[in-house]
Design a binder for this molecule. Sequence first.
Ligand code: SAH
Length: 217
Amino acid sequence: MTEDPEELAERKMRFLFALRQRGVTDPRVLQAMERIDRGGFVRGHFQDRAYEDTPLPIPCGQTISQPSVVALMTQALEVGPRDKVLEIGTGSGYQAAILALLCRRVYTVDRHRRLVSEAEDIFRHFGLSNITAMVADGSRGLPEQAPFDRIMVTAAAEDPPGPLLAQLKIGGIMVVPVGQSDAVQTLIRVRRGETGYEYDELRQVRFVPLVEGLGQT
Ligand code: SAH
């Protein structure tokens, strides 16, 4: 990570500019992306690339998503300040931290214990006290805290998982990448209405797969 504060400020400005260029227009989302320093979620020599619009490796063979994808998914979720949000796939904790600035409470789960515990340390460091991180198989959702106003899935499923659909409130929104893990996937937004679910396709994305069961580490 560069030591020069001017260069760092310049990099962060370019980072926000890149988000706007990619279609991130919601001022609340841009403000949250500005406040949460992505550099805090990336380790080792990848830290130098924290402000590039690119996914980067994190432990357990996973990835921190591309910032413009994080921002566009957050924007698509239409999160309100009173919402209770579930995120599947804590990973580095970056997406959960952004969500935490926009809603009342975030529950985030990952199948890797190591990722959950490292993310918890970062949440404490940033003073984000409205995030609860847990080790769990997110393909089952989090029945003990359901229903949720919003659900964000940050790993690709072949179909939107049934338990997650069931744990969405009426009027709720879920954003989920759908498709095979080795191919380009489609980001889907699901709205739950009084009488059923409405689906719309947002864009092409590439995520690591949603894997059932807990990880070894
Ligand atoms: N949102 C993350 C990026 C997530 S990468 C960030 O901001 O950094 C996808 C994550 O989903 C990985 O950490 C992976 O371990 C997790 N994952 C995959 N299948 C899962 C499942 N069934 N339950 C919970 N987490 C899962």
